[in-house]
Every structure is written in C-alpha cells, then in structure tokens.
Design a protein around this ligand. Structure first.
Ligand code: ZN
Length: 193
C-alpha cells in the first residue's frame, strides 16, 4: 500500500459506497493508519491509497501514541454546514503544497464505523476541516479545486510539476494505463460495493 499523488485517476473519481466490511478491509484500514502516521498526516481517504471505497481514517492529533483519537468513517455523509472559516491545508496526495482553503466552520457527519455502528457527530474547528477535506477526496475533489483564482495561480507551477512527474512514472510503467486502473477499480468494487 502506498499513497498515490495527483493526478492519479483514482484521486479524481468519486468512490463507491461499501456494502460489506470484511477482515481484509479491516487490515487495509490498519495499514492506512500506519501509512498516515508515517507520512505525518492526520487524515487519509481510501482512494489516496488506490482503494475506490467511500471510507476515510483520521487522527486529529496525528499521533500514533494517541490511538483513542483514531476514527474510521465508512460511507460518510455531511450535512448541516454552517459558517465559514479559512485555514491552511496540505494533502498527502499533493506533497509540499499548502494553501488557504475556505470551508464551512461546522458540519454534521454521519456514517458507519468499522464495527458497523452508526455514527452521527457534530464537528467544528479542525475536526470539521479534516472530515470535509477527506469527504471531498471521496468525491474526487482536492484542495486545488477549492482555491480562489489567486490561490490557484500561486500553486500553478507545482501542479504542473505533479503532472510531469505523473507522466514520467507512466512512461516507466510504474503507474499502469487507465484501462488497467479501471479494471482494478472494478475488481475491488465487485468484492465490497
Ligand atoms: Zn488530502
């Protein structure tokens, strides 16, 4: 398992809801947490590790010592957006890129945890920002899609560099062709969606 970078197609596509959680998926979630900590992140969406499922993990403290902060959201739905706040965000799929992103200040998140229990939480502050960032991933939306025109200009060169790097990795065969990626999606979706 590895974190994929923009503009990998799995990041730009809406992920599918999960219909079943099995032991293998629970193992994937455990790996996602480890990968998130290794990369010093505080949230990671399944499609950032090339899994086309509506699922994300987070730990607001970003600290593997604080396991009690770990949360898993399966098929999350956001509602009751209120207020507006701006803060700097980064993304493990856009390494070295940081930008100011405006988002609602408060939001309600519902969904399921790994045990199949229903979750319904009111989030604000950093919690609200992380769940919105991660839920965006599941819809194929990245922070670069949420920038003001000025903000976008500021990161234009970096985005071009990501695109060039992606093309190079494609040429070396490190990243498969679109058809192979689509076949991989289908295989994984047939299992659990
Ligand atoms: Zn991200």
């Amino acid at each position: 398992m590895r974190v994929i970078h923009y503009p990998h197609p799995t990041l730009l596509r809406a992920s599918k809801p999960l219909k079943r959680v099995d032991a293998e998926l629970r193992k994937m979630v455990a790996e996602m947490f480890e990968l998130m900590y290794e990369n010093r992140g505080c949230g990671l969406a399944a499609n950032q590790v090339d899994l086309p499922y509506r699922l994300f993990v987070m730990n607001m403290a970003g600290d593997p010592q604080q396991r009690e902060e770990e949360r898993v959201f399966i098929n999350p739905v956001l509602s009751k957006h209120k207020g507006m706040a701006e803060a700097e965000e980064g993304c493990l799929s856009l390494p070295t890129l940081y930008a100011q992103v405006k988002r609602p200040e408060r939001v309600t998140i519902s969904g399921y945890d790994l045990a199949g229990q229903q979750i319904n939480l009111n989030a604000d502050g950093l919690f609200a920002r992380i769940v919105q960032h991660e839920a965006d991933h599941l819809d194929g939306v990245l922070i670069i899609d949420r920038l003001t025109p000025t903000g976008r200009m500021a990161v234009k060169e970096l985005i071009e560099e990501f695109a060039n790097e992606f093309q190079q990795r494609r040429q070396t065969g490190e990243i498969p062709a679109d058809e192979q990626i689509a076949a991989h999606w289908k295989e994984l979706e047939d299992l659990r969606c």
